[in-house]
Design a protein around this ligand. Structure first.
Ligand SMILES: Nc1ncnc2c1ncn2[C@@H]1O[C@H](COP(=O)(O)OP(=O)(O)OP(=O)(O)O)[C@@H](O)[C@H]1O
Length: 368
């Protein structure tokens, strides 16, 4: 306890200044260790006194990304995040700011992927795929298992495994280029989260690790990400899920992994199976959240194995794969139109039709 007290005193002496005297902050704010039994009542990192450094003339202009800082706020030590049990702070102003991102158009042309170890060159995992994704829209890569969805997604994002070789071209905003760090986010099918942190703490750590810039800017991006993924009700809850500690449900965990990428404010977001292992209600909620995210301007591209009729109706464009072949690329409505011409009257009938088509092609092409 003495050690904690002395750390606390050190902190007070180093952080106290004319602008933020320690006397302004109640002494109960200076706990460095989580109190015993407080695991179920986690504390927001915003309880750190430095969040309230109102005298620091730091302003972040949303959308314009410009920062005017007379004094640079000091990042808090990570130990200070484990503060004691204090009442939850009100949502900061940043949370009320609507997220607006300039998306980017993505075009892939004659994209093919081979993987070392496959028997023949003709055994391409993805074969001559063409398509595009526009800002503010959701483009989904659909197909049965092992049809090459993840491989195509990784190829577009430039994140193929070293044993894979890509052919064809990818254009970002009309320029043949690789995606730069920070301009895009990639959410894998399974991600590891830190169960001993709350959602807000975890996102804040991610922001600290991934982003340059000022502390208050990180605060705003974290709150934006929480808001964008509808995690407001869970922001102060422990992620959990380890050592028999009950944690967030799968749907929320998945949203946290997506929010982790959003702190980078990516222009393009790639998600491998956002509905992986989600029940139908969580799947619909996830898709509605993603649709909302797309409406802020972000370009969303993701893979999906199967979809309910309701979820299907939310997609803007579909790239339908079967054994690496692109069977259809176009707008969802056009896809429905095609099915209509074929006397298919409902989305579920169309999905059945597509599934059957995939199976036929799979059997036709997959036989060695
Ligand atoms: N690194 C790799 N090494 C060897 N083969 C691979 C590798 N990655 C993918 N493949 C093969 O490529 C094919 C397509 O895999 P991919 O994961 O892209 O399909 P998918 O449609 O995403 O399937 P699923 O949804 O079942 O994961 C599979 O036959 C898979 O075995």
């Amino acid at each position: 306890m003495e050690e904690i007290q002395s750390q606390s005193d050190n902190y007070r002496s180093s952080s106290s200044s004319a602008s933020s005297p320690a006397s302004r902050v109640p002494s109960s704010n200076f706990f460095y260790l989580r109190k015993p039994g407080s695991l179920r009542q986690p504390i927001s990192f915003e309880d750190s006194p430095e969040w309230e450094d109102t005298d620091a003339d730091v302003r972040v202009e949303e959308g314009g990304d410009s920062i005017n800082a007379a004094t640079t706020p000091v990042s808090p030590s990570l130990s200070k995040l484990n503060s004691g049990s204090l009442p939850s702070p009100p949502m900061p102003e940043a949370a009320a700011v609507t997220r607006k991102t300039a998306g980017a158009s993505v075009v892939w042309k004659d994209l093919a992927v081979t993987i070392k170890g496959k028997r023949k060159y003709s055994d391409k995992v993805v074969k001559s795929s063409n398509g595009y994704a526009l800002p503010g829209t959701m483009t989904v890569i659909m197909g049965p298992a092992k049809s090459g969805k993840s491989t195509l997604l990784r190829a577009i994002a430039g994140r193929l495994h070293p044993s894979a070789k890509m052919y064809g071209e990818v254009f970002i905003n009309g320029v043949k280029t690789r995606l730069l760090y920070g301009s895009y986010g990639f959410v894998d099918r399974e991600t590891t989260l830190i169960g001993s942190l709350t959602v807000r703490e975890y996102l804040y750590y991610s922001a600290l690790l991934q982003l340059p810039g000022f502390f208050c800017q990180k605060k705003s991006v974290v709150e934006e990400a929480i808001q964008a993924m509808s995690l407001g009700d869970y922001a102060n809850k422990l992620i959990g899920g380890h050592c028999y500690m009950k944690g967030l449900a799968r749907g929320e965990r998945r949203r946290v992994s997506i929010a982790r990428e959003l702190v980078m404010r990516p222009r393009i977001l790639f998600i491998d199976e956002p509905l992986y292992h989600l029940d139908s209600v969580s799947a619909l909620l996830m898709m509605v959240t993603l649709k909302k995210l797309a409406s802020t301007g972000c370009t969303l591209i993701f893979t999906i194995y199967q979809s309910s009729t309701e979820v299907f109706g939310l997609f803007d464009r579909i790239c339908l794969l079967s054994n690496g072949n692109t069977l259809f690329f176009g707008e969802t409505l056009a896809c429905l139109q095609v099915s209509d011409n074929m006397n298919i009257r409902s989305t579920s009938q169309m999905l059945d039709f597509l599934a059957r088509l995939c199976k036929v092609l799979l059997i036709t092409f997959y036989v060695p």
